[in-house]
Write a protein that binds this ligand. Sequence first.
Ligand code: 13P
Ligand code: SF4
Length: 332
Amino acid sequence: MIANAAQQLDRLGYLDIDVDPTLDLAAEIQRLKREKNAVILAHYYQESEIQDLADYIGDSLGLSQQAAKTDADIIVFAGVHFMAETAKMLSPDKKVLLPDLKAGCSLADSCPPHLFRKFKEKYPDHLVVSYINCSAELKTLTDICCTSTNAVQVIESIPPEQPIIFAPDKNLGAYLVKKTGRDMVIWNGACMVHEIFSHERIVKLKQRHPQAKFIAHPECEAHILEMADFIGSTTGLLNFTKRDPATEFIVATETGILHQMQKASPHKTFIPAPPNNNCACNDCPHMKRNTLEKLYLCMEHELPEIILPEWVIREGRKSIDRMLEISAAAGL
Ligand code: 13P
Ligand code: SF4
């Protein structure tokens, strides 16, 4: 079975084993959680049925904080590869499972470490701040990580005379330059989901819903952010919709977050911001690779598991620890 599983994982990235269609997958996942002392951490962009089974649902910062403090034996990461790697770096003695190893990230892929290493050599005096949406190896080339929740605080913690390279997201980088007034060297990467929103179609939608607030994630392009009534991380956007008196919101981020928004404010209306064509391109294809069946199979067989070289854990972790210290000091 393991040789077979290893071959499958190599080819598909997940276990492709027939699941009895009469099984109550939700009940089975709850049983496996108890029996194996496992915790399920899910990002807001997961399918709603996965979110509903999770022990913790959150943004990249919240998920890292949970991964660092859990006392479970197994962390099942319902998210993408860089998030599960981060959990492994923070809890190296625990088994970290990802239902589909091919759940990647276009933003992380836009910054290959061997190219970044050469880029960094051109700026020997610069400190490197990397958005957590990057590979474990890129984190070994990073001084401080950040997420969309703490990016401003991370940049502001650095002395003003210290030059900075920001990687890999050019949109978040441009937003931070505007917000903090710091001139940074920015890597030219982007998220395929947050670059798809149509300015023209959002303008029209706002005209049809004049009372609606337009809210956006800072991974969106500058011309989209300029229209926003509020800009924030997924948790920031969710909290805004809870506290703001508006009853209609146009939301420019991945559609998975709408599940928690609707649950928290059932009387309010949430409209996904339209992409620049008629596809469902604001669904992240990587996040959506995880399914309930894959979650069940990965917990049953404890595969696929995230394995990282010891030096990557040791070196990469420093940048995440530094981020968590800055977040704690800022009360985040
Ligand atoms: P946050 O979780 O920081 O809001 O980032 C969103 C994202 O793109 C995760 O992949
Ligand atoms: Fe990566 Fe964008 Fe998907 Fe987030 S939404 S995992 S940044 S591709």
